[in-house]
Every structure is written in C-alpha cells, then in structure tokens.
Ligand binder design. Structure first.
Ligand SMILES: [Zn+2]
Length: 132
C-alpha cells in the first residue's frame, strides 16, 4: 500500500469535495499557516501518448483552489490512522523512499513509525500492553 495523500483527503473533507477530486498543484502558505491545493475532478484518462493511463483534467478555469490549515491536516491524518490503524507517512508499509535513480528505487525504514507500519499513537498502546 502506498502512502495516502493526506492533503487531498483533508481538502475533500473540509471543502466537501467529491472523492474523485484530485489536486494537481500543492503549495504551502506563508509562515506555516497551512497549504493550498489546486485541483479538479478528472474528465477521463489519456488513452494514448506519453501520458497514457494518467488522469486527464479539465481546463484550468474549471479547477478549484482550496486552502486547508495545518490543524485540519493533522486532524484528517489522525482520523485516517484511527480508521486504518496504519502509519499515514508510509501507508503501513514501514518503508519510505530513500532515493530514486536509474539503478532503481531504494528504501529505508519509515522514520514516523520506526518501520512498523503502525499508526504512532496506536503503537503506544501495544507497548503498554506488553509491559503488563
Ligand atoms: Zn510509517
């Protein structure tokens, strides 16, 4: 499982966008206040050419620009972890990409979950149980 797009999940939730809304641009607001996303509901997929199989978006004037705060993102992240029990940084794989090159992709243990793949706050609970 690949890592979830928490920013997209947050934007859909906070702004009541449909589940098939996807961001095409991700940006940070100044002074760490939050994030902005620009996206749209794809109108289909490319059937040929170099972008074959990729989502095809409508013209830019039909895109929406939405803003989410750092708190809203954090809350969506906790909700996602509570629902799945998985680490939202690595999507439960316990791995994060270390480097991508022509020789292939290398991975290292996810720093957020120590390579366990479990959500951080849920991992704390199981440790307590072991000590009893
Ligand atoms: Zn992780």
């Amino acid at each position: 499982m690949t890592a979830p797009d928490i920013l997209a999940i947050t934007a859909r939730k906070v702004h009541s966008l449909s589940d098939d809304w996807f961001p095409v641009v991700y940006g940070c607001l100044e002074r760490g206040l939050g994030f902005y996303l620009i996206g749209a509901v794809p109108i289909g997929k490319y059937s040929r050419g170099p972008r074959k199989g990729q989502k095809k978006f409508p013209p830019k004037k039909h895109h929406q620009r939405v803003v989410i705060t750092t708190d809203e993102k954090r809350q969506a992240q906790i909700e996602w972890e509570n629902t799945t029990g998985l680490c939202s940084c690595c999507g439960g794989s316990g791995k994060q990409v270390k480097s991508i090159s022509i020789y292939g992709t290398t991975y290292s243990d996810c720093v957020a979950c120590d390579g366990t793949g479990k959500a951080l706050h849920l991992r704390g609970q199981s440790t307590t149980t072991n000590l009893e």
